[in-house]
Design a protein. Structure first.
Length: 110
């Protein structure tokens, strides 16, 4: 849980406990009163898990397969990186590497 989410949990706990009004909690959380009420409702039902964003630990819808990713990284290491003593990625930056992959290998990488 991030620091921001921990802060939200403490403020929402105080709101549920009656120490803070919705307006005071909204001000502390830098949210509108309506959003603070919605967050409080979710906190009451789900607890601290209700504060965490629903997409946490999910992979992106646009993520490439790990096999494709490793294949591209191997190609970059073999053909487009500089000498090992200078460290990784010394020959080409990400944009130029993507251009070479598209032209030389026919692989479209963003």
């Amino acid at each position: 849980m991030s620091d921001r989410e921990l802060k939200r949990v403490t403020v929402l706990g105080r709101m549920v406990g009656g120490e803070l009004t919705s307006a005071e909690g909204a001000e502390l959380l830098a949210l509108s009163v309506r959003q603070a009420k919605r967050l409080r409702k979710r906190f009451v039902v789900l607890g601290a898990k209700g504060v965490v964003h629903g997409n946490v630990s999910r992979s992106s819808n646009h993520a490439r397969a790990m096999s494709e990713r490793s294949r591209v990284l191997d190609l970059i290491r073999e053909r487009y990186s500089g000498p090992a003593e200078r460290g990784p990625g010394q020959r080409l930056g990400p944009t130029l590497a993507a251009e070479h992959l598209r032209e030389d290998e026919g692989i479209d990488v963003h």
